[in-house]
Ligand binder design. Structure first.
Ligand SMILES: Nc1ncnc2c1ncn2[C@@H]1O[C@H](COP(=O)(O)OP(=O)(O)OP(=O)(O)O)[C@@H](O)[C@H]1O
Ligand SMILES: [Mg+2]
Length: 229
C-alpha cells in the first residue's frame, strides 16, 4: 500500500487470529489528523479487532502500526498504555461509564488518572459536558440518565484529554435514530473543532454519513469505499 502523505495513524498488513479464527487477514488503514473515517462491514468481519489493534489495545500477530512516526507494534505494554492515555480517546457501545461515579466525575476520570487535581479536572470536564449539552447531568450517576445522555457523557469523556484520535466502536448502536444522530452530530462537531481524528466503527449507513471517508472490512481485509451520495 502507498502511505498517504501526512497520515497520523497507519496500519499495514495486519494479521490476527484467535485460535482457528482469522480476525484480520492483511488489513490496512490510514487516517489524517482531524479526519473522520467510518469502518463498515458485516458482523464478524474484523472491525472491532481492527479498531482495538489501531488503538494499541490488542497486538496483531504480524503487520505494523505507526502513530505520528512511532511504531506502536514495537512498543512495550507500558509505552502503549501511556500512548493510549495521552493521545487517544474511546467511546464504546455501552457500559463504559463507572456506575459509582457521578457524570462529571466520569468525564474527569481520564484527567485524574493523568495526574490533574480534582478541581482542575472537573472544571475541564464541565466545559466538555456543556459542549455535549449534558452539563445539567453533572451530579447524576450513569444509572440515572438516558442512553443518549449517557453516550454524550461518554463522548465528553473521550475528548476531555484533548486526544488526537477518538476510537468509537458502535457508539450509537444502542440508541434510537433520533438520539443516535444527535450523538454523532455532537461527536463529529466536537472532534472537528478540536482537530481530533475519529475512527468510527458502525453498521449503519446513516451514522457513516457523518464521516469524511468510509472503509469496508470483509473477512479481515479492508478497502476504501467511494462515498455514494
Ligand atoms: N477475543 C476473541 N476471542 C476469540 N475470537 C474472537 C475474539 N475477538 C474476535 N474474535 C473473532 O474474530 C472475528 C472478528 O471479530 P470482530 O469482533 O473484530 O468482528 P466485528 O466486525 O467487530 O463484528 P460485530 O459487527 O459483530 O461487532 C470473529 O469471527 C470473532 O468471533
Ligand atoms: Mg464489533
Amino acid at each position: 500500500m502507498t502511505i498517504p502523505a501526512g497520515s497520523l495513524l497507519v496500519a499495514q498488513d495486519l494479521r490476527k487470529a484467535y485460535g482457528p479464527t482469522t480476525a484480520l487477514d492483511g488489513a490496512e488503514f490510514s487516517i489524517h489528523p482531524g479526519e473522520v473515517v467510518a469502518v463498515m462491514g458485516p458482523s464478524g468481519s474484523g472491525k472491532s479487532t481492527l479498531l482495538h489493534c489501531l488503538a494499541g489495545i490488542v497486538m496483531p500477530d504480524s503487520g505494523s502500526i505507526t502513530y505520528a512516526g512511532r511504531e506502536v507494534t514495537a512498543m512495550s505494554d507500558a509505552e502503549r498504555s501511556a500512548l493510549r492515555r495521552s493521545e487517544f480517546g474511546f467511546v464504546f457501545q455501552f457500559g463504559q461509564l463507572v456506575p459509582e461515579l457521578t457524570c462529571v466525575e466520569n468525564v474527569a476520570l481520564p484527567l485524574r488518572l493523568n495526574g490533574s487535581s480534582r478541581k482542575e479536572a472537573e472544571r475541564t470536564a464541565l466545559a466538555w459536558m456543556e459542549r455535549l449539552e449534558v452539563d445539567d447531568l453533572r451530579k447524576k450517576r450513569p444509572g440515572e440518565v438516558s442512553g443518549g445522555q449517557g453516550q454524550r457523557v461518554a463522548v465528553a469523556r473521550s475528548l476531555v484529554t484533548n486526544p488526537r484520535v477518538v476510537f468509537a466502536d458502535e457508539p450509537t448502536g444502542a440508541l434510537d435514530s433520533f438520539n443516535g444522530e444527535r450523538v454523532m452530530e455532537l461527536l463529529t462537531d466536537a472532534a472537528r473543532s478540536a482537530n481530533a481524528a475519529v475512527v468510527l466503527v458502525t453498521h449503519e449507513a446513516r451514522v457513516a454519513a457523518y464521516s469524511d471517508r468510509e472503509i469496508v472490512v470483509r473477512d479481515g481485509r479492508s478497502r476504501d469505499m467511494e462515498r455514494v451520495i
